[in-house]
Ligand binder design. Sequence first.
Ligand code: NAD
Length: 430
Amino acid sequence: MHPAERRPVTGDRSVELTKDMSPFDAVNYFFTRAAAISGVSASNQTVLRTPQRELRVEVPVRRDTGELEVYLGYRVQHDNARGPFKGGVRFHPSAEIGEMRALASLMTWKTALVDVPFGGAKGGIEVDVSGFSSNELEHLTRTYVRRISTIIGPTTDIPAPDMYTDAQVMAWFLDEYEQINGYAPAVVTGKPIPLGGSPGRNEATGRGAIVVLAEAIRDLHLAPDQTTVAIQGFGNVGSWAARLAVLEGFQVVAVSNREGCLYNGDGLDVEAVAAHRARCGTLENFDGAEIIPRDDVLALPVDVLIPAAIGGVIHAGNYEEVEAQIILEGANHPVTPWADARLAERGVLVIPDILANAGGVTVSYFEWVQNMQHFRWTEAQVNEQLRSRLVDAYQAVAKVAEVRSCTLREAAFVIAVERVAEASALRGML
Ligand code: NAD
């Protein structure tokens, strides 16, 4: 745990900008600045800075070898002034309590920014599931659900996929919850469509990111076909962002994952890359691109860089190497506050995570609405509603940034914090 995470949650939590901030302090640094601008009272700031509830559970799993392994799992519920807690579940070694707090808090600001009636939460298990069989993954998921089931529910806290969890994991999640509580499809989003999932949810985060990018590019009077893009991460967010960027006319010249980075300065055939990855399970040995070291993706001479893998990848030690003039944050908190400030001084446009990757939670909201109404929308309806919400959110952020002469991140946090603080104050949670 980062030393800053051991401090008590109440009392003075003013956050200094340093090179080495914990993820939770990083989010609270942006929150605190926005709260000060918005005139949020000190007591309300304390409420909004700290999670409302944190649950830590042991998650034992019997491996196929017969051995019992025990992992730590969490569900952090940050704020529910605007509606039920909402946020993904991550199975990854990075899912420690400080990261969970940071991601839960980001969810509160993200749901407020796109104006869906949810609060913020996050959960996960500190585990590397890369060597797990499907059987082991199912048992891990089911045990986790049993242990957090008392604090989740369709009107209390609605989980969703995140890193190393997908629609199949959500299917096991739903089934285990329903074994305990009966029919409740709205308890989780990102489900397979036959179990009440929504058309368009799988690609929603990548789609939302490209909708926002297209708006920003238009504001800058640039043309997509003159704009080169490099993407870090080729999972759910990165691979869909890549495919939809190409459909929107952008030139995607690089994609990377844990193993390495594929680069072709003339443009990648992204569909062929996706088919190769699906067939071979790797990006390696793909004809039509050179493979370069994994982290070189961050320093390529491109117009747009989309970090869509993990947090904190652009930091004090490498921000100077970034050549892109636009960074679209597909991942959560991929740019540290220190790097963010330096990049802003250099005139780099950073489109913040709570806007850039909000497409996922937006379509999760549409899925939840469909489940609550027992009625299915068409994919065209979902995509159109997604586009409309994200265009509105982008334009609201761009307007505040212009009026206040601030960054898009500061503007996004100001809008989100004002909405949550207002709901919180109306409820009298002060
Ligand atoms: P995923 O598990 O589907 O994919 C993660 C990808 O990142 C994989 O391609 C993996 O190989 C790659 N990766 C991991 N470490 C890497 C590294 N060091 N360098 C390069 N690549 C690396 O996860 P995802 O759902 O696509 O999530 C990615 C990010 O987007 C996370 O930060 C997540 O919190 C955020 N996010 C996801 C969603 C969603 O709907 N899935 C919504 C909002 C935000």
